[in-house]
Ligand binder design. Structure first.
Ligand code: NAP
Length: 245
């Protein structure tokens, strides 16, 4: 049975990814940071599904916590086959109002977090397995850039660069590395920043006329981890309802 480590699995897109992998028969280590109750509820709800789901608290910016999480996955499940680097935060505001610590926090969580988790897992057995898949969650704003989300755009563009470089480095080891770059998906991240009127305006920019669902992103991530996607690496795939083509 394969094992997937999903960062930010306690809410939103990450939660949908945990469900998708658990129901597809993977063992899943659900990483969370603040949302302990939500993580517990998911683990309980998934009791009895095909795979074993466990949870582990770690801030992806903290290398010691990340190393401990990966060590736990290796001990409990015998190794990691799939990493889904999904944990992320947003930051909205004018670039000229952006404080240095906000800039650093966004880059730390969204980009250094991917570095920490990926390097830790590779060094703790994934590389020597010579088989695996890494899926990084970026954003359409990492492709096109977004006004008033400069730090976020920079962090998500960084994830795409990391993906492409690492895909070339790991291809000889039979480990694929891809990026999923969603458009606007109905999660807390959107609802905490935008009210109903804003959402209606956002929908007007989406040819499909609606926000995406977290489950729609999860299905793509599951596919990229599957045997059907073994020749796909270094790619950026954007489920966005036609918003960016
Ligand atoms: P969300 O609902 O706000 O959930 C964010 C998740 O990230 C939570 O599970 C949170 O865990 C976790 N997280 C945040 N900081 C963390 C840290 N330092 N260490 C570990 N986990 C951390 O957001 P979402 O919409 O599902 O977004 C998931 C990913 O998709 C993000 O990378 C986001 O940038 C990307 N994305 C989202 C959209 C969208 O429209 N929603 C579009 C494109 C890309 P806790 O609550 O446990 O702290």
């Amino acid at each position: 049975m394969k094992t997937a480590l999903v960062t930010g699995g306690s809410r939103g897109i990450g939660k949908a990814i945990v469900y998708a992998f658990a129901n597809a028969g993977y063992n899943v280590l659900l990483n969370y940071n603040r949302s302990e109750q939500s993580a517990k509820d998911i683990v309980k709800d998934l009791e009895g599904c095909d795979g074993v789901v466990e949870m582990f608290k770690a801030d992806v910016t903290n290398r010691d916590e990340v190393d401990a999480m990966v060590e736990y996955a290796v001990k409990e499940f015998g190794g990691i086959d799939v990493i889904v680097n999904n944990a992320g935060i947003s930051q909205v505001g004018l670039f000229t109002d952006l404080e240095e610590d906000e800039w650093k926090r966004v880059l730390d969580v969204n980009l250094t977090g991917v570095f920490n988790v990926t390097q830790s897992a590779l060094k703790q057995g994934m590389l020597s397995k010579k088989d695996g898949a890494i899926i990084n969650v970026s954003s359409i704003w990492g492709i096109t850039g977004s006004s008033c989300e400069v730090a976020y755009s920079a962090s998500k563009a960084g994830v795409i660069g990391l993906t492409k470089g690492l895909a070339k480095e790991l291809a000889p080891s039979n480990i694929t590395v891809n990026t999923v770059a969603p458009g606007t998906i109905a999660t807390d991240m959107i609802f905490k920043e935008y009210d109903e009127n804003d959402i209606e305006l956002i929908k007007k920019d989406i040819p499909m006329g609606r926000l995406g669902e977290a489950e729609e992103v999860a299905k793509l991530v599951l596919f990229l981890a599957s045997d059907n996607a073994r020749y796909i690496t270094g790619q950026v795939i954007s489920p966005n309802g036609g918003m960016v083509i």
